[in-house]
Design a binder for this molecule. Structure first.
Ligand code: G3P
Ligand code: CA
Length: 244
């Protein structure tokens, strides 16, 4: 089955990684969603792509690292206005809030942002919230920090983990086999993918989910290569009929 991930929700139509963005993706019939998780100063799991709030809060003039704000402070910062005046007042959201609206049949890819900052204890907290919302099976946890995924597997061996790659590694399927983690999927940058790449990953027993592909023709090309899905910001893609 091919399944496409709504990257940061429906991030072309709503402020990325916010509740309206995830709600919009669900309205499109997305069967999978991706989000980026970080820790606040007081230990709450908030959803934000960048380590700093600056870009998404540019219109509000707020600046600083997520790790240096409390959740209460984060919840007072408008990140909607930067996207459009229509979303003025929208703030960053929490993993709890997303889990609260995510139906059990929707596959959630939680990316742990652990670079360059090390968020001590983030793995335990993510697993704790997934258990609290009974969303432990329909989930893939991914990270560019593969040590973080190793900690996830040590804490919860049945949790599926996906290796994120920013660089062009030589034969990453060998790395995935030998890195000491029971890996479920490889999440490479789309520019590295060809038919042989997908074939080798499948032969080694891994799913392949390239990021981030917004062009429909390109998605069709990747599907012809046999990928298991893509990450996309384009609602036409994550709403594709082929996802079922
Ligand atoms: O998880 C896929 C993709 O989101 C990883 O890269 O930079 O968009 O978080 P980035
Ligand atoms: Ca991400």
């Amino acid at each position: 089955m091919t399944i496409h991930f709504a990257h940061m929700g429906s991030s072309k139509e709503r402020p990325e990684n916010t509740l309206p963005s995830f709600q919009r993706a669900l309205e499109h019939g997305a069967k999978a969603m991706e989000l980026d998780v970080q820790l606040t100063k007081d230990g709450h799991l908030v959803i934000c792509h960048d380590q700093k709030i600056n870009r998404v809060a540019a219109a509000a003039g707020a600046a600083g690292f997520i790790k240096d704000f409390t959740l209460e402070e984060i919840e007072q910062i408008d990140v909607g206005s930067t996207f459009s005046e229509e979303y003025k007042g929208v703030t960053l959201t929490t993993l709890d809030a997303v889990l609260g609206i995510c139906p059990p049949d929707v596959l959630l890819n939680i990316e742990i942002k652990n670079i360059p900052f090390f968020y001590e204890g983030i793995e335990e907290k993510v697993l704790d919230r997934l258990a609290a919302y009974n969303h432990t099976e329909n989930v893939i946890i991914s990270s560019f920090d593969h040590h973080s995924l190793k900690r996830i597997k040590a804490l919860a061996p049945d949790t599926r983990v996906g290796l994120l790659f920013l660089d062009q590694l030589i034969e990453p399927w060998h790395y995935a086999k030998n890195c000491g983690i029971d890996v479920y999927s490889l999440h490479p940058r789309y520019v590295f993918i060809d038919e042989n790449y997908v074939k080798k990953c499948h032969e080694a027993g891994f799913k392949v989910y390239p990021f981030t592909v917004d062009d429909i023709d390109m998605v069709e090309q990747f599907m012809a290569y046999g990928v298991d899905g893509v990450f996309s910001n384009n609602p036409e893609i994550f709403g594709l009929e082929c996802c079922t």
